[in-house]
Design a protein around this ligand. Sequence first.
Ligand code: SAH
Length: 339
Amino acid sequence: MNSIYDYPLESLESYFEEIGETKYRAKQVFDWLYVKRVKSFGDMTNLKKTLISFLKQKFSFDGLKLVKKEEDTDVKKYLFELFDGNKIETVLMKHDYGNSVCVSSQVGCNMGCGFCESGRLKKVRNLSTFELVLQVLKVEEDIKERISHVVLMGIGEPFDNYDNVIKFIKVINDPKGINIGIRHITISTCGLVPKIREFMNEKSGVNLAISLHAPNDEIRNKIMPVNKVYNINDIISVVRKYVKQTNRRVTFEYILLKDINDSEACAIELSKLLRGINCYVNLIPYNETSHIKYKTSKKVTIDKFYDILKKNDINVTIRREFGSKVSAACGQLRSKTND
Ligand code: SAH
């Protein structure tokens, strides 16, 4: 059965026209789903009985079952079971500027980054649009507060599930629905260059973050196999075009891994690589996991790295650490329950 959460408003309108209904009815249903948040067609009291029973036969509301929740002061981590028994995780982070949800885009991941827990469990399948939408709805329902920001930085490579991710963004951004501002939505990619190009042409206004994690191919090849397909040069040249065409600043994520990519020489090389690009660098203290050999850089090393970038006029921040107590590093909760 199809899920009713799989449809951006436009698609729902076309569907309603196909079945001899009006666009206006589709708008009413969309409003029930995303503004009034009812969970059955029976509760949509301004619809005709015949339409309600038709829709009941066609569409379901289910799709995510909460199986586990871990909490800390400013972070909550949810493990959800999908209709086919697969599990995914979603993380809520409470910032002073609002509630941000980190959404998974696939069951597992095929990118194989050496430091990442998600990649230990290979991709099983892409998530459907409704499974992405339900992650946001379920977390809002749980915390009874509005979610203001969404980041696609959970399990999976969002650009390896491009179409469903774009549809998801249409649903959550719609002002007649959940209404999450386009500039409050961020897609993070390991650097699938053709998809970055496609994304640039959408002119959506969504923020783009790129997991760079190394200043040169020698290091990046060792930690991110995808670099053998799209190397640093490919990434930098597509980012230059992206910035020019969209007029948007791009974020580079850079995990600091002890003795791998955290030296002063790396910081200098990174500064040179990014010079003149409208971007900022988000330095991420590595979240250690028991299965993986990489270690977190020392605080002094991180600070030194930061200072070098700053001195070279690169916009840089150090990411605040969230939820190391609740195994919030990508894929850890799911990985733990699968062991
Ligand atoms: N596949 C996408 C999005 C998912 S990962 C991407 O590669 O960008 C989201 C971010 O978390 C990426 O920058 C990823 O490299 C980083 N990450 C993965 N494991 C981590 C860990 N153990 N500690 C800190 N960051 C991690």
